[in-house]
Ligand binder design. Structure first.
Ligand code: NAD
Ligand code: DAU
Length: 353
């Protein structure tokens, strides 16, 4: 069935994989990518689908109280998949207000615009908020997992802003009957990941023989999921998730940061033809992140049992693929690290429109 779907933040890491999947898999949908192109937005991530007939890029800010309602009125969206956010925990510690503005206010602006646009008939509509496992706080080293009923206990300004936006999404469902669904996912890794996050930062630093900064003792644990598996889960939840429900998404794949970096160093030694142990010499322990959550682990059995999703890749294979992608796409990495990627819209894209 012909549908107009709005995907926000699709010039970023996860959004780029989601939008590509939707554009290729659903030729009957028209996919609108709304992104304001912050430092994290990179249209080079979407080079291959720029000219697809069922894809339109719209440069715009989700916090804009005039533009966003107009957009909803103009395109009569059937569904929204909302990923646009400030996403980096370290940045939220130095600049919490931009997280409040985008993640909380921006989400509310979208919710309100959807509510007003859909108020006559909400049948068949869906507002999907893509959220994080960080809303649940931190686990001890006790084998426990976050479930969908774990109490919210965010610690960083980033996770507090995502928790707040989740609450607003549920409030719009309870109060106005807005059809919503939420997913809370663990740490993603893969292609197009901005090199401020642990895995791409480390790959880039190893390649250039620069120190790999490990916060504290490197004992904090994260559950890693291949980004394409997250995109597949989003597709399944968007189409088959139940109204008002939350689904946890995770890889059942826990690694302490230091174990993970040793694994990455081994792969990099092999791929770069270095002696075993060479890259690990770059590991440098630095001051810990403030309020650093000890451990995340996700129980995704609800999604697996009710909607039939499961991760497709083992971590070793995923990490190899990821390293290969960064080594094969040195130009992408160079453009991102030099800041060149920020000219892409003006130079190569705007004139097409
Ligand atoms: P990202 O930082 O790579 O991309 C965010 C995108 O949002 C960028 O393209 C940016 O330009 C855009 N954006 C930011 N502010 C905007 C605004 N005001 N208006 C319009 N666009 C704006 O983020 P990501 O890692 O791809 O994360 C996407 C979503 O998934 C976020 O909501 C994040 O909280 C969530 N999430 C991320 C992870 C992860 O491991 N990266 C895990 C779970 C959930
Ligand atoms: O859990 C989901 C979350 O995962 C998402 O909601 C966030 O958007 C995403 O950024 C990610 O958050 P993290 O803080 O877990 O990711 P990051 O890559 O920044 O850090 C991973 C771990 O590595 C964390 O324990 C901090 C540590 N770290 C990070 C960096 C950047 C280091 O030791 N050194 C570093 O230089």
């Amino acid at each position: 069935m012909k549908k107009n779907i709005l995907i926000t933040g699709a010039a970023g890491f996860i959004g780029s994989h989601v939008v590509r999947l939707f554009v290729n898999k659903y030729p009957e949908y028209h996919i609108f990518n709304l992104d304001t192109l912050t430092y994290a937005g990179n249209l080079e991530n979407l080079k291959d689908i720029t000219d697809a007939p069922n894809y339109t890029f719209i440069k715009g800010d989700i916090t804009d109280e005039v533009f966003i309602p107009e957009l909803f009125a103009k395109y009569n969206f059937d569904g929204v998949i909302h990923l646009a956010a400030e996403s980096h925990v370290d940045r939220s510690i130095t600049d919490p207000f931009s997280f409040i503005r985008t993640n909380v206010f921006g989400t509310c602006n979208l919710l309100n615009s959807a509510k007003n646009a859909w108020k006559e008939n909400m049948e068949g509509k869906r507002f999907y908020h893509v959220s994080t496992d960080e809303v649940y706080g931190a686990l001890e080293f006790d084998g426990s997992f976050f479930t969908e009923s774990t109490k919210y206990d965010p610690h960083s300004p980033y996770s507090a802003s995502k928790a707040s936006s989740d609450h607003f999404v549920r409030a719009y469902n309870d109060t106005y009957g807005l059809p919503v669904v939420i997913s809370n996912c663990s740490n993603n890794y893969g292609a197009n990941h901005f090199p401020e996050k642990l895995i791409p930062l480390s790959i880039n630093n190893i390649k250039h023989n620069k120190p790999i900064p490990i916060y504290g003792k490197g004992e904090n644990v994260r559950d890693w999921l291949w980004v394409n598996d997250h995109a597949r889960a989003i597709d399944i939840i968007f189409h088959n998730g139940k109204n008002g429900q939350t689904y946890n998404i995770g890889g059942n794949n826990e690694w302490s940061n230091i174990e993970l970096i040793h694994k990455l160093c081994e792969i990099m030694d092999r791929k770069l033809g270095r002696e075993h142990g060479e890259s690990a010499k770059l590991i440098t322990f630095v001051k810990d992140r403030a309020g650093h959550d000890l451990r995340y682990a996700i129980d995704s059995s609800k999604l697996q049992n009710e909607l039939g999703w499961k991760p497709s890749l083992q971590f070793e294979e995923g990490l190899e693929k990821t390293v290969d992608w960064y080594l094969e796409n040195q130009e992408w990495l160079d453009n991102v690290t030099s800041g060149q990627y920020q000219n892409y819209y003006e130079k190569q894209y705007k004139e097409r429109q």
